[in-house]
Design a binder for this molecule. Sequence first.
Ligand code: PMP
Length: 395
Amino acid sequence: MVVSTFNGSTPLSYSNGTTISLSTFSLNSFVNVEKGDPVAFRPYWEKVRGECAVEIKGDECMSYFGDTNNLCWYMVPQMRDAILRLHNVVGNAVTKDKFLVLGTGSSQLYQALLYALSSSEPSDHPINIVAAAPYYSEYKDATDILQSRLFQWTGDAVLYDKDEPYIEVVTSPNNPDGTLRIPVVNSGARGKVIYDLAYYWPQYSPINYEADHDVMLFTFSKCTGHAGSRIGWAFVKDIEVAKKMIRFIHLNSIGVSKESQIRAAKIIGVICDGYQYLKSIESDHLFFDYCKRLMKERWEKFKGAIEQSKVFTLTKYPTSYCHFNKDLSEQYPAFAWLKCVEGIEDGERYLEKLKIRTRGGERFGVDAKYVRISMIGTDDEFIELCTRLSNAKIE
Ligand code: PMP
């Protein structure tokens, strides 16, 4: 397979036969693996760019409304159908008897859920929001910024011992450490759970069960890599919760961009067509197969670099049966979660000296010995990251 180059720079061969650009990094420039911008899958989309093109004419997509017969009135029917079809192809979630709520990214849906799952009346006791550490750093920030009287960030779910209602956010596979998770709060209090399944797609994790929870979040960003479209969705069992979320999104952004919905529906359609009609062709043409191979190859290179450096240890992941790939499969998380060996107390600062920008453990509710590294940046970035990591030595 031939993949076009990035930024017009010189192509270089990559061990799986793909081509990449020559490194544009100078010794003084930073490799920024701090954010989780999912551009790694761009070479796939370059191959099928024509098939994914959409044309929107001047008189189209003008209304605030997408489908007045749907509870989620701003969602266009193509978007709804595409999401249901995708889950049907992948088998990662039970969608029957649930309400589908569309959001401007799952970030918006997270805040919509905080509102929808809290009591309707402000009280002296805002509901406690918890997640087991290390947790996705944006949950805390997205909760705190609202300074709400309905809910408050309370921190690590493992430590929660209050006799007060709570909402636990369970991210599985987890950001930052890739672990598969279940709720952990061990208190007699009344609790609700938000399952954030942003990374429960075959390129990152074996699909070992069909998730069937009362509240589940998904995002187009991490599924296909099209983070810029800002499309996320929630499956919600309780109609009252769904209605409150839709009211929040009404007041927050009066729905979700129709242009984004149409593009996302088209792209999802291309993925599903591949699996439903073109299975006989080379698996490199199938989106999840291509991406899983890319992630596997990256993880192998990355583990090699970490072993060579002897400065960090890595989380170990179990192998399990993937119903989508019909084989035993490892996990290839979107982030690597590193722990420094004895003698290095601050991983982010240590890597900063090697000109590698990461996000330190404290942002995720644990100590500074840990750092998170994005595994889904450009090939250029990734190769330079491995080179710099393999040269790391204890001072
Ligand atoms: N949940 C998790 C666990 C994430 O990692 C991210 C993106 N980094 C999001 C939600 C937000 O995704 P979106 O782009 O849909 O807002």
